[in-house]
Write a new protein. Structure first.
Length: 240
């Protein structure tokens, strides 16, 4: 597991992908003091996929509080040196890639690796994190679930059982159809996020929440990877 504390945030001049997209080029912009949470998730595609420059561009495009990554390789460990923030990466057992998280917010405790029931080939795990937001504590599970449709739903139920009462489960679910997780709501964008073999469309990248309501969601154009990045802007629901 790689776990980095905060480093100074700085910016440089960066050409961007979408000329029509208004981008704040400074990662040191004034903080949004509203009680909300901006999240982005992206499967980087570990085989010749997204680069550090692609990720820096995405950060400037989306200005998230937290960026979740799947299939992140060791070279992504340089990210906090380039843009500051807090960072953690967990490699899958026996693999060169895994899940990673970059955040403007400090981790409340060190991120945890939660082993999941294994598939036939790959041993999966979830990256579990807790934060203290402007609205109180919450948890996030960064996931890259198995392809088996019964197995990935079982993995999802186990992850849901280990979440805070205000929680987010986000990442590459590999699920086709409804997630069927009690007490959680699927609030992610409804657009296609991956084309199998570049032809068959699927919405594999999801965001399930409990204790939040969505303000805005979006799937961004695909670049650098075979998955589209997705973003959600969430507002906390008051806990009575």
């Amino acid at each position: 597991m790689r776990f980095f504390e905060k480093r100074p945030i700085f910016s440089d001049k960066l050409s961007f992908l979408f000329p029509q997209q208004a981008i704040n080029h400074s990662m040191n912009a004034l903080p949004d003091l509203s009680p909300s949470l901006r999240l982005v998730s992206w499967n980087l595609f570990h085989e010749d996929g997204a680069t550090l420059e692609d990720i820096r561009l995405l950060l400037r495009m989306t200005q998230p509080d937290i960026l979740l990554m799947q299939e992140a390789r060791v070279l992504m460990d340089r990210l906090p040196d380039l843009v500051g923030g807090y960072y953690s990466r967990v490699a899958l057992p026996g693999r060169v890639h895994g899940t990673a998280c970059w955040s403007r917010l400090p981790f409340s405790t060190a991120p945890q690796l939660y082993p999941l029931p294994p598939g036939l080939i790959i041993q999966r795990s979830a990256q579990l994190m807790t934060f203290e937001g402007r609205f109180g504590p919450f948890s996030i599970a960064n996931v890259h679930l198995s392809h088996g449709q019964l197995l990935n739903r079982r993995q999802l139920r186990l992850i849901g059982d280990h979440q805070h009462h205000r929680a987010v489960i986000m990442g590459d679910f590999n699920i086709v159809g409804p997630a069927l997780l009690p007490t959680f709501h699927d609030v992610g964008p409804r657009e296609t996020t991956h084309h199998m073999l570049n032809y068959v469309p699927f919405r594999l990248d999801r965001c399930l929440v409990r204790g939040f309501t969505p303000l805005k969601t979006r799937a961004y154009p695909r670049f650098g990877s075979d998955h589209h990045p997705i973003s959600v802007h969430l507002s906390p629901i008051p806990i009575l």
